[in-house]
Design a protein. Structure first.
Length: 450
């Protein structure tokens, strides 16, 4: 780490940041209020609002967004005539999945082997602390040279678009010269990375019905059309023999021209079992950053335990389609729905319903903000050059902000490197990454202010 005064300040603040992150992780802020109490999300939102007020933010508000969640907004004025930078993170988290599979409680920040474990530690409560650390370091070293807006979203993981709709209805609120989205991550620990593209996403629920009710499989099986079998056929049609995504009419041959993703490293990052093949064709980076990818997220069908010998009358599934940059998510949704309907066998009744969508994103990496970030990363990560990578995940808000503020530069950084295992059990954050990226963000604001 650099001996820059900002770096020294961040290092001194890190123990306190760990205690704060523990407080924030303790909130079970899953924005699915059928699973977790709304009060948990509200508690996290209020924690962030209080933290912003403590840093001198003059305009702090809990925004009630159209999807029933809250986003936290704060504004800290800088010197007269200064540029405005918007810092984004989200405080909602994915459910912990199987809590028994966690080595330590998911909502209790725990240090182990040099990392801090807990749901949201990297994605994206750590991002909230990254922003706070950067601002505190600047305040301790001469002051913050730009106007700062902070927005902490409350439903990013649900994809329900609350903040997107709110921003569209209040377009002046988040105006900025540059937007730093703190919700991605380095390609690997210690390699400074800006994410230059994001895949978009669509979610479609498909329902297949064949009978008025379930039937005895001995008496009727073999002639009665099984809805679950029909659904399996439909879902199988979404992949070629090699596992490539095949949605009729959707191109799947784009090539990634940036940072390469070594196949051996990918197998390690993805924890692929020995002897199991990767799916798809082309380079790994093509597959995960530049091409569409379909995933069956869930199927409603009888569980194995307690199953009866029955032909199923109905079955449904939730299908996710990741959409590469350059492809309109709305058009991709239509193609997916038409494909599902066209590939349903036996004249079975089929219905599809879109329940979420976000557009892909491509940044302008030639802009002045990117140079300012590259210079900052060079100090925070001595000896390493800034890399540009794609990300297979989606942040729908990026495109909303790009559309609302076409003049704004958008940078994506964050703490979700592969070892973080975001969305999985035993999610963790590297405190070294938190320290370095906080330094980088602080120096970026200094560089960008000019």
């Amino acid at each position: 780490m650099s001996s820059h005064p900002v770096a020294e300040t961040v290092a001194s603040l890190l123990p306190g940041a760990r205690a704060e992150l523990a407080e924030l992780v303790a909130f079970k802020s899953v924005a699915d209020f059928d699973q977790y109490p709304r009060s948990e999300s509200e508690g996290a939102a209020n924690w962030i609002a209080d933290a912003l007020r403590a840093e001198g933010f003059t305009d702090v508000a809990l925004l009630d967004t159209p999807d029933g969640t809250q986003s936290v907004y704060g504004y800290l004025p800088g010197p007269e005539g200064a540029k405005t930078v918007l810092l984004y993170a989200h405080y909602d988290v994915q459910p912990p999945l199987d809590e028994a599979a966690w080595a330590t409680p998911p909502f209790e920040l725990t240090e182990r082997d040099g990392r801090w474990y807990g749901r949201g530690a990297a994605d994206c409560k750590g991002g909230v602390l990254m922003h706070l650390l950067a601002l505190r370091a600047l305040k301790a070293n001469g002051g913050i040279p730009v106007h700062v807006k902070v927005i902490a979203e409350g439903s990013e993981e649900q994809g329900t678009g609350g903040l997107e709709r709110y921003a569209e209805q209040h377009p002046q609120l988040l105006t900025a010269d540059t937007i730093v989205i703190g919700d991605t991550g380095n390609f690997r620990v210690g390699l400074p990375t800006v994410t230059s593209t994001l895949r978009g996403m669509t979610l479609v629920r498909v329902q297949v019905d064949t009978l008025e009710g379930n039937l005895h499989s001995g008496q009727f099986g073999g002639a009665a059309p099984d809805a679950l079998a029909a659904l399996i056929r439909v879902l199988d049609s979404l992949r070629a023999e090699d596992g490539s995504t095949t949605v009729d009419g959707l191109a799947a041959d784009s090539v990634w021209d940036g940072l390469a993703y070594d196949e051996t490293q990918f197998r390690k990052d993805a924890k692929v079992l020995d002897g199991v093949d990767l799916i798809g064709s082309g380079a790994v980076a093509d597959r995960v950053w530049a091409r569409p990818a379909v995933t069956v997220l869930g199927i409603d069908c009888p569980p194995v335990v307690g199953a009866t010998p029955s032909v199923q009358a109905g079955a449904r599934a939730l299908v996710s389609l990741r959409v590469p940059p350059g492809v309109d998510a709305t058009e991709a949704t239509k193609l997916l729905q038409v494909h599902l309907e066209a590939h349903t066998p036996w004249g079975a009744r089929v219905s599809t319903e879109q329940i979420g969508q976000g557009q892909a994103f491509r940044a302008d990496t030639t802009s002045p903000a990117y140079q300012a970030m590259a210079d900052a990363m060079a100090v925070a990560y001595p000896g390493e050059e800034l890399q540009y990578a794609g990300q297979g995940g989606s942040i729908p808000l990026c495109n909303t902000l790009a559309a609302l503020y076409p003049q704004a530069e958008i940078l994506l950084i964050g703490l979700s490197e592969p070892e973080a295992q975001i969305h999985a059990v035993n999610e963790s954050v590297s405190p070294q990454e938190l320290e370095r990226l906080s330094v980088a963000e602080a120096l970026f604001l200094l560089n960008y202010a000019g």
